[in-house]
Design a protein around this ligand. Structure first.
Ligand SMILES: Nc1nc2c(c(=O)[nH]1)N[C@H]1C(S)=C(S)[C@@H](COP(=O)(O)O)O[C@H]1N2
Ligand SMILES: [Mo]
Length: 556
């Protein structure tokens, strides 16, 4: 089952430094400690000084069988479907997280400001340190597909499974209200809060509350927990996920603000995952502790049987099947990457093309929003030509524009500047997870298009770099003509009112603000208009798309 990496891939994907690490800012440690110790401590104090509160579940005794009873097939099905997809989503999410193993509360993505990190690395100050070098190894036992910087494949798993997870959740919620099953989950009185607290005091002090028999009723804490998972964690995971999309964020600037900003949305997305994990742990433990055989008959077969082991056995079989699928997913990830990529294209790329890819970015940031930190990414050009030009400040640089155009041109920086200039302040979204806000100044791509007059059948614009991709070969990427024509798509020679630095892409780089960072080619050598992305490289639309299974449309 060990993947066959090429030597170049292995050096990056399976590095010698695979140390695991968890570091948290003291204020976050204190917050967590206060939360956990505080809640448990107060429960214990109440118990010690005032005794055990009345058990609210005893209201259900003798057994009340009014209201919803039993578990219809759709509850049981959606429960296990949910479990299956949640495992895939969490595991692929962890692989995505470890590609930028730091979480922040503000847009800076400044390493000193992170509240948690999963890397022992302190950013070296004396050399270029890129976000890609900063990515961390994660064991494939935990992550899907695991290893290091496998975000392309991880995202495919994440985005292919999320629609099923959401659809399953939506059908579940619909049927909940279509039938009377909602009464089990949705609290109708604030009494649930003190009741749930009293149940919590029981659990915390190891005085198990009476079992109201989940076939008819959940106890107050259980009901509140299930309600929270279905109606808070699920939707919050979806909404914070959307808040990381460049197409959405740069079109609707208010949207990520609902969660603070893009980075706090990412942090909340992570905390929701942690909450899911804690829930699963406690849920499974209590299911086991309060009558495993009977509970499994409830949720698997929908019968209230205390004797038969059928439910338990089938439940175990479903868990084993999920584990078996994890092995299969691992195999697919390392042997059938292209098939995965094609699947992603036919499902999600199609979806994005007709929805969020149509959004036009609007720049609504001001000078004061510019972030003091902006990660570097990519591989500095090693080409002698570029290095020589850099020595003379790119005075003899010529941008070559050709392909399917009526009027191919070669333009120096001076000539580009004479055509026109636009400045705007926007947020950059890297696929790995970090973001930064900067001012970019340069020539709108629409002016270039006007000048060179592309053939009507040219739908794709390719940008080639002086730099190479991670595993060697020219770095390039493509955009739809449509995205190039949007207002904030520019060939930039200026960043934060200064000439572009060598690291950030001198002399010329691309900005297309509804896309992720990897589409914004730095150190541009030439531009070519082509009919389709299939005409270049391996045919997937860019160096990362070809070699790392990234998406052609990077709207999310
Ligand atoms: N030539 C080239 N351009 C590139 C890359 C690269 O590796 N090579 N990396 C891309 C990625 S992944 C990102 S996030 C941005 C980063 O731009 P920055 O270094 O200015 O932050 O550049 C993009 N452009
Ligand atoms: Mo990136």
């Amino acid at each position: 089952m060990i993947p066959h990496f090429t030597a170049a891939e292995k050096a990056f994907t399976y590095p010698t430094d695979r140390r695991a690490y968890l570091g948290m800012k003291p204020y976050m440690k204190v917050t967590l400690l206060v939360l956990v110790v505080g809640i448990l401590g107060v429960a214990w104090l109440q118990y010690l000084f005032f005794g055990l509160p009345a058990d609210p579940s005893s209201a259900f005794l003798p057994l009340q069988t009014t209201g919803p009873s039993g578990f219809p097939v759709w509850v049981n099905l959606s429960h296990w479907i949910n479990f299956f997809f949640l495992v895939l989503i969490i595991r692929s999410g962890l692989s995505i997280l470890f590609d930028h193993p730091r979480l922040y509360w503000n847009n800076n993505s400044k390493p000193e400001k992170q509240w948690i990190r999963f890397t022992p690395i302190k950013i070296p100050k004396d050399k270029f340190w890129t976000a890609k070098e900063d990515s961390r190894y994660l064991s494939p036992i935990i992550g899907l597909p695991g290893y290091r910087h496998t975000i392309g494949i991880a995202r495919i798993w994440h985005f292919l499974t999320v629609p099923f997870f959401l659809l399953n959740g939506a059908i579940f919620i619909f049927l909940l209200f279509y039938t009377n099953q909602w009464e089990r989950l949705v609290p109708v009185s604030w009494q649930i809060v003190p009741d749930a607290w009293n149940v919590l005091v029981h659990y915390t002090t190891f005085n198990f509350p009476v079992e109201p028999n989940g076939f008819y009723h959940f106890n107050a804490l259980q009901q509140l927990a299930y309600f929270g998972v279905v109606f808070i964690l699920g939707p919050l995971a979806m909404l914070t996920g959307i808040a990381m999309s460049p197409a959405v964020d740069n079109r609707f600037h208010w949207y990520p603000k609902l969660f603070g900003n893009r980075q706090s949305a990412r942090s909340i997305h992570f905390l929701v995952m942690i909450a899911f994990c804690i829930f699963i742990l406690i849920h499974v433990s209590l299911i086991a502790a309060t009558g495993l055989v009977r509970n499994m008959n409830h949720i698997v077969l929908g019968t209230d049987n205390t004797e038969s082991y059928t439910g338990l056995y089938i439940g175990i079989a479903i868990v084993l099947a999920t584990v078996a699928f994890a092995f299969l997913a691992h195999w697919i990830s390392w042997n059938k990457q292209r098939s995965l990529q094609y699947l992603q294209k036919s499902v999600n790329e199609r979806l994005w093309r007709f929805t969020i890819n149509r959004f036009k970015a609007k720049t609504a940031y001001q000078k004061k929003n510019i972030t003091s930190y902006f990660w570097l990414n990519g591989r500095m050009p090693e080409s002698a030509k570029w290095k020589n030009m850099a020595k003379s400040n790119f005075a003899d640089y010529k941008l070559k524009i050709g392909g399917m155009v009526e009027n191919p041109v070669e333009l120096s920086l001076e000539e580009l500047k004479e055509i026109g200039m636009e400045q705007n302040i926007s947020m950059h979204h890297c696929i790995q997870g970090w973001s930064g806000i900067a001012e970019w100044g340069g020539l709108p791509m629409s002016k270039i298009i006007e000048l060179v007059k592309p053939d009507p059948s040219a739908t794709t614009v390719a940008f080639f770099s002086y730099g190479e991709g991670l595993y060697g070969g020219t770095y390039y990427d493509t955009h739809t003509l449509e995205n190039c024509l949007k207002t904030d798509s520019i060939l930039a020679w200026e960043m934060n009112y200064e000439p572009l630095s060598l690291g950030h892409g001198a002399p010329l780089r691309l900005r297309v603000e509804n896309q992720l960072g990897y589409k914004m080619v730095k150190w541009i050598e030439r531009i070519k208009f082509v009919q389709s992305p299939k005409d270049l490289g391996k045919g997937f639309g860019g160096k990362n798309e070809d070699d790392e299974y990234f998406d052609l449309l990077a709207d999310t």
